[in-house]
Design a protein. Structure first.
Length: 172
């Protein structure tokens, strides 16, 4: 069975043929880093979060989801949000398993207990009830939600070569 995780294709240019963590973008492509970092402007404290199991900081990893983009797009659409777009489909077998871990985020600063070692059997494939409640609250308050709030994150310490990845285009 080909187990995959997913990363939204950035609307901004990608540096070369790889997905890079923020800390690497800062060094190699400051103009792309400046654009990507904006999503953390109201959450700058995340830069100081240490990622257990990977012995690095928040900006040293690439964030992915284990939930298929079709499920995410349909869920967001049900609450009036558009998550249509392109997504990289990343086969887990193409990654260094020792450079992966899982994060079960809440709407708070992550603590070490929110992280767990990577195991394929622990990958979530459905949207949580908490995420649905969060989307409903954002719909009612007319606020844009964070894209993957209350959704398990797959964290990867390293670069991901994108030339051989399939891109999935999903619209609502």
């Amino acid at each position: 069975m080909n187990i995959c995780v997913y990363h939204r294709v950035p609307q901004q240019p990608i540096y070369g043929s790889q997905l890079l963590p923020l800390s690497t973008l800062r060094e190699k492509a400051p103009e792309i880093y400046d654009v990507q970092r904006r999503k953390y402007e109201s959450r700058q404290e995340l830069e100081l979060v240490t990622i257990p199991y990977l012995d690095c900081l928040w900006g040293d990893v690439i964030f992915m989801t284990s939930i298929h983009p079709r499920v995410l797009v349909d869920t967001f659409a049900a609450y009036g949000f558009n998550l249509s777009g392109d997504y990289f489909q990343v086969p887990v077998r193409s990654l260094d398993l020792s450079a992966l871990c899982l994060l079960q985020p809440q709407m708070k600063l992550p603590t070490p207990q929110d992280f767990s070692p990577f195991r394929v059997s622990d990958l979530e494939r459905e949207v949580s009830c908490q995420m649905r409640r969060y989307l409903k609250e954002n719909q009612e308050s007319n606020e844009d939600p964070f894209l993957f709030a209350y959704s398990q994150h797959v964290l990867y310490r390293g670069n991901i070569t994108i030339s051989s990845l399939e891109i999935i285009s999903i619209s609502s």
